[in-house]
Design a protein around this ligand. Sequence first.
Ligand code: DOR
Ligand code: ZN
Length: 353
Amino acid sequence: MKTHSLLMPLDMHVHLRDGEMLQNVAKLTSYTFSGAVVMPNLVPPVKTKEQLLAYKERIMLACGLEIKEDEFDEFFDDVGLSGGDFEPFMTLFYDNYSEDFLDEVREDIFGIKLYPAGITTNSEGGVSDFDVEAMRETLETMARMDIPLLVHGETDGFVMDREAEFMSIYELLASNFPDLKIVMEHITTKAAVEMLDKYPNLYATITVQHLLITLDDVAGGMLQPHLFCKPIAKRPEDREALLNVALNAHPKVMFGSDSAPHPQHAKESCGCAAGVFTAPIALQVLCELFDKHGKLDNLQSFVSDNAQSIYGICPEFKEVILEERPFTVPAKYGEVVPMYAGETIGWSIEDVL
Ligand code: DOR
Ligand code: ZN
């Protein structure tokens, strides 16, 4: 039976949520990934050092990770926040933060996530006006401190054009802040792929679903709420462009699942919440896809090595062994329906070392 081993897989964009949902989903990510970039769009959004550290602690506990006594923190001096074989890379919700504040949180954050106001789940407090001068102090300080800016790149225009319309904002940011590392999160268009090579400081993450589906799969037949996410899947030529850079291990492209769990009732309802839940199947599906295209050897770059070089990180050791053996995706994980629920995919997790 064909097997494939991945070292230190990283999910560079994930929603772990909080409370009961966190308890339900966190282990599904920490089981197969060495680390994951955790989105801050909680209610309220993660905007202070106290919120960030407390959230990190809840994540570690939910993952069942060993608490290390030697990793003291001045805010939680009785509980270490790191350890085990999974690292949550914490992000703050963007605001025009002061230099003093950024100085104080630098050691605890991996990046800052910028949402345009109201563009997606829990983003009401995001940026409503991309006024470069108003953002300059924060973005220049971030560049100086080497804090990456992770961006949800959509305007409030026509849904299929939102990402393409946002390209001018990426250009504005990339050219005004050439030393700032900017990650175009969950790109879905050919336009975004083409931006990658235009600016040395622009990078991107790509989800599993956007490599596999187009708008047709979401809304071409019976409406598929579990494939509905933001940005919405686009046209075949967009998917081709994404596949091309992912399969060929473009060095500026990283895997970020954007796995975004919502309870079944919030998806299968009038007013479906945006988000596709892929955490438990992402690596298996990626193996199947890369194998189908004869590109399995490039998967390691896409799911780990590129992110390690781009962000300069050295993740905890983990080896995930996958096998070309059918896996029937469970109908639900707790209250959450995953992508491909009840369907059989071609690859399974054989072991995690
Ligand atoms: O589909 C999405 N779901 N896109 C996002 O940007 C947010 C996410 C969520 O938090 O549910
Ligand atoms: Zn997201």
